[in-house]
Design a protein around this ligand. Structure first.
Ligand code: NDP
Length: 450
């Protein structure tokens, strides 16, 4: 390994030894850009890698709120402003009990390269809280969002930092956050948040964008291999925003989506998952996926068991789309998927495959659509929402969808070309890392030592 790279990896490990997810994300990117470093010896002298792995700023704050029973509760809020070389920090907010600094930093780090790949003027950031929205009333969600924004508003702005949704943060939460921002700042700054409702500055296609974008990227990846979605059996982990719209578009392209899941377990419906039922359960009623059986008694539900491979990966399929959370597919699950004949993996979630799993897939000739590239459609459409807000104008569904499709097709081409140029063949994980890194490194070099 290149001695500069080795030194940076060692120092990053030592400094952040308590942040395993962050270290995993750093290792995945840095090990694949080794050939780029050979062509740019100046990066060492300007400590480019040391600077890229250090967030420009991490903000952490107290979020007190009162539950329906009158009890005061306290959560921790975060915003990691990782890298602003390409534009205002941009990245979602995650509300989930597992949120901690390591998760925030891994997501913020990934976001730098993802945003660079879109070709749009957005820097990398991420935020969230260890608040658990499950089982909370609407009023509790609103009070939490208001308290969270009361602190966050000091640190964001349409030209500074523009948050959006992620796990546990959808249109409802963005609405409450935006309302509180407007109330405190006394200004209608539509571009300060994205993922807004269509009636107050949101963009058409933003809701569908990450899932559709994933399938657009995969369409190109499969096409380059002489394949397509037509007639393929697909399994999807998760049944949230990304999973639902990946399912919708994959079906439009002729795939048969046979399984979807949530954190409790998975539904297998061999004649094809009924997406209307999933949308009703998850987008409207906020219920567990198990309730699917009430409407479709011939489907099969399997509960997840702690410490075991998530049940959804036990189902035989040609294509797997992990659209739930990080490290959903570890080596054992990867081995099972390959044994069951999977030909392609589409990472809808952020870092859903461990580094060992990715290596295994690539060694076995399975095509991998890497998260940074394949799920960039969400943030790309967020940037299109910011453009429309600046113009005080709206594009039609077809216009935004066409721009999204073009962006995803270009991201695939950039990943493919970089993989080819640096001798990585069909390893689009490395290709995407290199394409994203080259853009951000160039901008950082131009802007001097900051
Ligand atoms: P949602 O909150 O809408 O849905 C999350 C889904 O994943 C739910 O089905 C949830 O099940 C499941 N899930 C969450 N945590 C776990 C866990 N620890 N174990 C098993 N299942 C889990 O989130 P999104 O669909 O927005 O996000 C999904 C993934 O996509 C995340 O990795 C996110 O970072 C990534 N992403 C999202 C983008 C977006 O635009 N929304 C953009 C780019 C990436 P349950 O309800 O049981 O918790």
């Amino acid at each position: 390994m290149d001695s500069y790279l080795e030194k940076v990896l060692k120092e990053t490990n030592e400094k952040n030894s308590h942040e395993p997810e962050f270290l995993q994300a750093v290792e995945e990117v840095l090990t694949s850009i080794e050939p780029v470093l050979k062509r740019h010896p100046e990066y060492k002298q300007m400590a480019l890698l040391e600077r890229i792995v250090e967030p420009e700023r991490i903000i952490s704050f107290r979020v007190p709120w009162v539950d329906d029973a009158g009890q005061t509760r306290v959560n921790r809020g975060y915003r990691v402003q990782f890298n602003g070389a390409l534009g205002p920090y941009k990245g979602g907010l995650r509300f989930h009990p597992t949120v901690n600094q390591s998760i925030m930093k891994f997501l913020g780090f990934e976001q730098i390269f993802k945003n660079a790949l879109t070709g749009l003027p957005i820097g990398g950031g991420k935020g969230g809280s260890d608040f658990d929205p499950k089982g909370k009333s609407d009023a509790e969600i609103m009070r939490f969002c208001q308290s969270f924004m009361t602190e966050l508003q000091r640190h964001i702005g349409q030209d500074v930092d523009v948050p959006a949704g992620d796990i546990g943060v959808g249109a409802r939460e963005i609405g409450y956050l935006f309302g509180q921002y407007r109330r405190i700042k006394d200004v209608y700054e539509a571009g300060v948040l994205t993922g807004k409702g269509l009636d107050y500055g949101g963009s058409l296609v933003r809701k569908e964008a990450t899932g559709y974008g994933l399938i657009y990227f995969m369409r190109e990846m499969l096409k380059a291999d002489g394949q397509s979605f037509k007639g393929k059996n697909v399994i999807i982990s998760g049944s949230g925003n990304v999973a639902i719209y990946a399912c919708e578009k994959a079906r439009e392209y002729g795939a048969n989506v046979v399984a979807m899941s949530d954190s409790n377990g998975c539904i297998y419906d061999k004649s094809g998952i009924n997406l209307d039922t999933i949308k009703k359960l998850k987008e409207v009623e906020r219920l567990r996926i198990k309730e699917y059986l009430k409407y479709h008694p011939s489907a099969v539900y399997t509960e997840n068991k702690p410490g075991e491979i998530p049940a959804v990966y036990n189902i035989k399929a040609d294509i797997a789309l992990p659209c739930a959370t990080q490290n959903d597919i570890e080596l054992q699950a990867a081995e099972l998927l390959v044994k069951n004949g999977v030909i392609a993996i589409g990472e809808g979630a952020n870092m859903p495959c461990s580094n060992e799993a990715i290596k295994y897939f690539i060694d076995k000739g399975v095509l991998v659509a890497p998260a940074k590239a394949a799920n960039a459609g969400g943030v790309a459409t967020s940037a299109l929402e910011m453009s429309q807000n600046s113009m005080r104008y709206f594009w039609t569904f077809e216009e935004v969808d066409k721009k999204l499709d073009d962006i995803m097709t270009n991201i695939f081409k950039a990943s493919q070309e970089s993989a080819k140029e640096y001798g990585y063949g069909k390893n689009y994980v490395a290709g995407a890392n290199i394409a994203g890194f080259r853009r951000i490194a160039k901008a950082m070099k131009s802007q001097g030592i900051i």
